[in-house]
Write a protein that binds this ligand. Structure first.
Ligand code: NAG
Ligand code: NAG
Length: 393
């Protein structure tokens, strides 16, 4: 620094004329300026370091204060696998999943729910999404798990996504219904909703119900998901060995990373406590919360509308696939058929087989019944994408 040089020659400085001290004064002024400047720099960097240290803490804080409306995804979900491929952005209001050759990614809800009305807006992988599958589902854990599925099977450019749906109860699924959507699900966000209450499960797209699974335990003994709490899960992964056109069209990795986006998550749901084995809806004051969704049921008009939608947009229905179920269709399938005068159920089911032959002349024995993407245990990472898929044929 400049300072010491002054002390090296104290006498010389004094004995010289005032004009010769000017450079020293300048030097002193410069040194003072430098010290001051460094001080500012140091204090600035301390400040920004502190800010950096506190920012992440704020980021993962599970509960926002009431003054902060942002942070929906941070509050409700964890990024469960795929490392940096899953990201929460825009103040916690946008979540993206991506898939590359090495891994897909996924997220899941922090909490478990026993019943809920849950909306999510999703924008799917655009362009050539062949081989990719975006899942969005509710699931409990264990070998006799319950599960309610939306799965989006990608396709080559210009060809439609398949919206695949299923309902598992006590470990048993085989209730696939598939749809082609009436819009391009990659162009914009669309809302996909679960209504799950003790009476029924309804899947809706942009508020339009496309599928209902009623609680028919009492009437025909079909198990209904009502005792096991579920989490919300979503993932984007590669399933090109089966997903697109029977596995004939593979993922084009030159287009990676593939990205799907989520926003406007909104839920009314009963939060399950593992510790007390109770649901928040049991204890909550019914007058303080609007839990009317817990008793919601479809009216006959809406059921008619579902039939219309299905007639137009459904491309696969387990209830119309006797080849796959030679031992007989699921009992709930026989209920939904229009009542004929003949009450003999055997007769009804044989009529159905004939109807199927007429209605589904495109659906022959080769109908793709998607192999279910199996998930690993909760929080298991890449295993989910790599795990064996079940061949239901
Ligand atoms: C992709 O498009 C083809 C042709 O339209 C269609 O047959 C198929 O079901 C679509 N979906 C998948 C997942 O292959
Ligand atoms: C849901 C919500 O409040 N979103 C807001 C988050 O913050 C940004 C600005 O930082 C707003 O534009 C959003 O509307």
């Amino acid at each position: 620094m400049a300072m010491p040089s002054r002390y090296h020659h104290p006498n010389q400085t004094r004995s010289k004329s005032s004009s010769s001290s000017i450079p020293y004064l300048l030097l002193l002024a410069f040194a003072t300026f430098l010290v001051f400047k460094v001080d500012i720099l140091i204090s600035q960097s301390i400040f920004s370091a502190r800010r950096r240290a506190t920012a992440p803490r704020r980021f993962v804080q599970p509960y926002a204060t009431t003054t902060r409306a942002n942070g929906t995804f941070n509050r409700n979900f964890i990024l469960s696998w795929g490392e940096e491929r899953a990201q929460i952005q825009e103040n916690g209001e946008l979540l993206t999943l991506s898939l590359d050759r090495i891994s897909g990614s996924g997220f899941e809800s922090k909490k478990e729910y026993l019943f809920g009305k849950i909306d999510m807006q999703i924008k799917l992988v655009p362009g050539n999404s062949a081989g990719t599958v975006t899942t969005y589902y509710l699931s409990s854990e264990g070998s006799t798990h319950d599960e309610i599925d939306f799965e989006f099977l990608g396709n080559s450019s210009g060809n439609p996504y398949t919206l695949h749906t299923n309902v598992f109860s006590q470990g048993k699924g085989n209730r696939e219904q598939q749809f082609f959507l009436w819009f391009d699900p990659t162009e914009d966000f669309h809302t996909y909703s679960f209504l799950w209450n003790p009476k029924c499960i309804v899947l809706s797209v942009d508020g339009i119900p496309i599928r209902e699974f009623k609680n028919m335990e009492k009437t025909i003994g079909v198990p209904y998901p009502k005792d096991q709490p579920m989490r919300i899960y979503s993932s984007l992964w590669n399933a090109d060995e089966w997903a697109t056109q029977h596995g004939r069209v593979k993922t084009d990795w030159s287009l990676a990373p593939f990205t799907a986006s989520y926003r406007n998550y909104d839920a009314q749901a009963c939060i399950w406590s593992q510790r007390t084995k109770t649901s928040s809806c049991d204890s909550s004051d019914p007058s303080s919360e609007d839990n009317s969704w817990l008793n919601e049921e479809l009216d006959s008009k809406t059921r008619e509308r579902i039939k219309e939608i299905q007639k137009k947009h459904m491309v696969y229905n387990y209830c119309e696939d006797p080849w796959r179920f030679p031992e007989g269709l699921a009992p709930e399938c026989l209920l939904d058929k229009p009542k004929s005068n003949d009450r003999n159920s055997n007769r009804i089911s044989s009529n159905m087989v004939e109807n199927n032959n007429n209605n589904n002349n495109n659906n022959n024995r080769n109908t793709v019944v998607p192999r279910k993407p199996r998930r690993g245990k909760r929080r298991s990472r890449s295993r989910r994408g790599n795990s064996k898929v079940m061949d239901s044929k």
